[in-house]
Design a protein around this ligand. Structure first.
Ligand code: PLP
Length: 345
């Protein structure tokens, strides 16, 4: 089976399994697991931030960031189709008790002015007290639901400026920030500059089995560590898993450009098929969002699956194909053959 549903399906390599097997470990709850500590230091360094905390999932790092930046009843601005809002089991409501305020934008990207327009500086006492106080704005780079779209650095900076004007904290959901860097050559630290917190995933394109990190100023990360424990995220000999993440950072970041090249080749072939609609220009990283015009998405995915190609159908029309560590040039060729078969030449 050629599995293009997500880059999360990538499995640990032999070398990664060896690193995991021999990792020195301690107890993460006592903050003395040497491999976890090394991972946290490495990530903070890569992002140019003071400290970082390792957690089991990106959902946990994002939702603890939201929780740590806000109090119940606050409002949180997010971009269109943000993962924090729509892809994390509805967590902001029960975990943080916040109101989500989605902003308008293009392909997951919004401007500083979109934030200013949505968060007017009200001078009237009644209008101030009527609206939930806005505390936080969240950006997502690359943007998952927009098909791996990369935020232009200038646009990011514009939003950070607008956030600073009204005292909003800014969080970056950088689950695939590595992919933005691979696509543009702009370092992770440059993207992270100016944010109050940044979340990164190791279990997607980097190919580690488990984990994400939340990075930020030391005081904020101390608060996040308390919530990690409170929500049951103290995971003891986590160095086993952190070793996989460290191995991924050291060995799998540079190769992400290969995933991008393969996604591009696949998208170009798909663009030629009469039964598929996709925005070729929009394929910037390793995610291809597309539509099947000839049949419902679930049926299209089912027919591909019967022929050995696994895709993700979101709804009646939208599908996704994602390249990753376990997908070779030959797999891409074979996938194209199956897609031609199902969608017509
Ligand atoms: C996958 C993903 C997450 C959450 O990561 P999990 O480890 O699956 O919980 C957060 N944000 C984005 C943009 C993602 O793609």
């Amino acid at each position: 089976m050629i599995d293009l549903r997500s880059d999360t399906v990538s499995r640990p390599t032999e070398a990664m399994r060896a690193a995991i097997a021999f990792a020195p470990v301690g107890d993460d709850v006592y903050h003395d697991d040497p491999t976890v500590l090394r991972l946290e230091e490495t990530v903070a360094g890569l992002l140019g931030l003071e400290d970082a905390v390792y957690m089991p999932t990106g959902t946990m790092t994002n939702q603890i960031a939201v929780r740590a930046h806000t109090e119940p009843g606050d409002a949180v601005f997010v971009g269109p189709d943000a993962h924090i809002w729509l892809g994390e089991a509805g967590a902001p409501a029960p975990i943080s008790g916040v109101v989500i305020r989605p902003l308008l934008g293009e392909r997951g990207v919004f401007s500083g002015d979109a934030l200013r327009d949505a968060n007017p500086q009200m001078d009237d006492y009644a209008s101030k007290t009527l609206s939930a106080p806005a505390r936080l704005v969240c950006l997502e780079n690359t943007h998952n639901a927009a098909g791996g779209a990369v935020w232009p650095l200038e646009t990011q900076r514009g939003v950070l400026e607008a956030a600073a004007e009204s005292g909003l904290a800014a969080h970056l959901d950088g689950a695939r920030l590595w992919h933005a860097t691979a696509a543009t050559g702009i370092s992770e630290a440059e993207y992270a500059a100016g944010f109050d917190s940044v979340s990164v995933c190791f279990s997607k394109g980097l190919g580690a089995p488990v984990g994400s990190a939340l990075a930020g100023p030391a005081g904020f990360i101390a608060r996040a560590r308390r919530f990690k424990q409170l929500y049951g995220g103290g995971f003891r000999q986590a160095g086993m898993m952190a070793a996989g993440a460290l191995h991924a950072i050291e060995h799998h970041r540079e190769r992400l450009v290969d995933d991008h090249r393969r996604a591009r080749a696949l998208a170009e072939a798909m663009d030629d098929l009469p039964g598929l609609d996709l925005d070729l220009e929009g394929v910037e990283t390793n995610i291809i969002r597309f539509q099947s015009s000839g049949m419902p998405a679930t049926e299209f995915a089912g027919r591909c699956r019967d022929r050995g190609l696994s895709l993700l159908a979101y709804n009646r029309r939208d599908l996704r194909a994602v390249t990753h560590l376990d997908i070779s040039d030959d797999d891409v060729e074979a996938a194209i053959g199956i897609l031609q078969d199902v969608a017509g030449r």
